[in-house]
Each structure stands twice: as C-alpha cells, then as structure tokens.
Write a protein that binds this ligand. Structure first.
Ligand code: ZN
Length: 349
C-alpha cells in the first residue's frame, strides 16, 4: 500500500481594485491536481463572497411551478410508464422492463450506446434533494445491476458500463421526473478509458491499487473523510471535477457484477445522505457517474468509483456553471474547499 501525495501550487494575482478604493489588491490562487488524473481545480478565497452570485439559491416557487407544468405531460407519472415507455426484446430482457417496488427500468428512446436504459425513480414527479430515499436508490441500483448482468449474458463483448444521473434541467435532464441512466458498450467512454489506463499505470508503478490507497490515505488524513458505509468508503474530492464533489469507492468490488447487497446498500445510503447535505446547503440539482472495471476483468488495479456533484441551481434564466474554463480547458472552480465541504456533509454520515 502506498501513500497518496496531494499536490498543490500557489499563484498571486495583483491589480488595483476599485472595490477597495483603488488599492493594490493581492489575491492568492491555489491550484490543486488530482493525484491520478492531473485534473486541475482552482480555489480563490476571494470568490467565497461571490458564491451567491455564482450559485444563486434555488427559486423554490419557480421550480414548483415548472414541476406542476411538466407533470401533466410526463410519460412516467400516474402509471403512464406502463403504456408509454419502450420495452427490451426477449433476447435481452424477456420481461421487457425490470420493476422493483416503484422503480422501473426500460430502454432509452434515443440511446447513446448499444445498451442505454432509463430507471424511473419512484412515482413522484418532483423531489427535493432530501427526499431521495435510500431504499428507492437501493432498488434502482439493484435493477441497474440486474440489467448489466443480463446485457453481458446476451452480449459478452459488452463489458463497459456506467450508472449515471442527471437531476433537473440545469444538470442536463430533459425529463424532470427523477431517473437514472445506465450505459453499456463494448468500448469505454473518455473518462472511463482515462481512469482505467491511469489506474493500470499506477498499479504497475506501485504494485498496489490506487483506489484502495486513496481511501486509506483519506481515512488517515481525515480532513476530507466522510466515513465507511456498508461496502463503500466516502470522502470529498481533493481536486473536484464539479461543484461540491463527493466520491465513493467499493473496496471489495472491482466491477458491477461483483457488487453484493452491501455495496448496493452502502452506495444508495451514501448518495441519499449526500443529497440531504446538498439540500441543507441550498442546492437543488445533481449529476453522478459510477464507474466500474470492465465486467469480464480480473485486474486488481480498479474499484468501482462514484463521482457525485451539484450543478447550477434551478432559477429562471440560470447561468450555466460550465463555461470555457470547465468545458474546454477541463478545469474546475472550487466553491467550498473540499475540507470545509467534508465538515458540513459529515453531519449526515
Ligand atoms: Zn413525472
């Protein structure tokens, strides 16, 4: 087992600041590098006062109105999914759809991969972030994993899967009704390819698994550590790819087909707790992606890995939270330092 080294650089920006009567202002900028990928996140403490401008609080009245307006047309509400959602062929899923309590998995009408399923999260059209029940998320992960197992059985070349979520329009969702998306293809996506390749290189250099080393280092340092839940370890990201990023790994499961009830429960519970903490911070939207080693893989270099982030809050005429700095330069801005964020979210753990 190797200790993970967290690298950071400092820079200073100097200018005459009209907000300080034209005085020469010095602002310290910290650049953090992700230990595996080199992804950069910057923190400028002067931005702390701008949080309300960068991420204005959710307009609850507006959001309730949007929810009300879209509910009548929703193809999932009031049991309409029974008539209006597509079904898989008998080869993949003889039952057409997978149903567990009030979650339902069915094909995406406009797939982005050979296997692209949508998982409806319950019958309620709109949920506050503190209303995503762990039991519902657990059912959603259970049907997602069952879908992955069936896809792989009927098409053994399909070994690259992710389980993902977009919640609300600022997070890219075209359907307001809460749902997950499962993607499966013979080839890894951009991020997955990079994570797998860099994890392999780390393993060859250090003789240990980056993800286990990362969790052990975060646990020892404590400043970003949230805790161990069943089958999963939780912490905030040192150099986040998105706002308020929380990560989880599954120490005993390299890929999705190795998940047992423990991983399903722990991941569902941790997501529910983090979303409750996001709600407490005044956020209303999120994305997550959960990665896995190739599901025929035997490599010891990877563990399932979750990234969970906030997106811009739901307000009329909202401003996108990824501009050139994120979308094209591939960097991110830190709003709350990961250490402060951990001190807030840990209350839910
Ligand atoms: Zn709905």
């Amino acid at each position: 087992m190797a200790e993970i080294h967290f690298e950071r650089w400092q820079q200073v920006a100097r200018f005459h600041n009209p907000l300080k009567a034209g005085e020469l202002d010095e602002q310290e900028i910290e650049v953090r590098l992700d230990p595996l990928t080199g992804h950069q996140s910057i923190f400028n403490s002067a931005l702390a006062d701008k949080t309300a401008i960068l991420f204005p609080p959710t307009d609850e009245e507006y959001l309730e109105k949007r929810a009300e307006e879209t509910k009548a047309q929703c193809f999932l509400c009031d049991g309409k999914w029974r008539q209006m959602t597509p079904r898989y062929s008998g080869k993949v899923l003889p039952e057409g759809r997978l149903i567990k309590n009030d979650v339902v998995l069915f094909p995406n009408l406009f797939p982005l991969a050979a296997y692209h399923a949508v998982v409806m999260l319950g019958s309620r059209h709109y949920l506050h972030l503190n209303d995503f029940a762990a039991s519902m998320l657990k059912d959603a992960f259970a049907v997602s994993l069952e879908f992955i197992r069936r896809c792989h059985e009927c098409d053994p070349d399909t070994v690259h899967f992710t389980i993902n979520a977009n919640y609300l329009f600022p997070a890219g969702s075209s359907v307001l009704h809460p749902h997950l998306q499962v993607l499966g293809a013979p080839f890894p996506g951009t991020q997955e390819r990079s994570l797998l390749k860099k994890s392999r290189r780390y393993f060859e250099e250090h003789g240990s698994c980056y993800w286990l080393d990362l969790a052990a280092t975060e646990k020892r340092l404590q400043e970003r550590w949230l805790g161990d839940l069943e089958g999963s370890s939780w912490f905030t990201a040192y150099a986040p790819m998105g706002v308020n990023e929380v990560n989880a790994i599954t120490p005993s499961a390299r890929h999705f087909l190795e998940w047992s009830d423990a991983e399903i429960s722990g991941i569902a519970e941790g997501i529910a707790r983090t979303l409750t903490a996001y709600f407490g911070l005044g956020f209303s939207t999120f994305n997550f992606s959960c990665f896995s080693a190739p599901i025929n893989g035997e490599g010891p270099e990877f563990r399932s890995f979750l990234r969970l982030i906030n997106r811009q809050n739901a307000v009329p005429h909202y401003r996108a939270d990824d501009y050139y700095f994120q979308k094209l330069l591939g960097n991110e801005i830190i709003i709350y330092t990961p250490e402060h964020l951990a001190s807030v979210i840990t209350e839910e753990f």
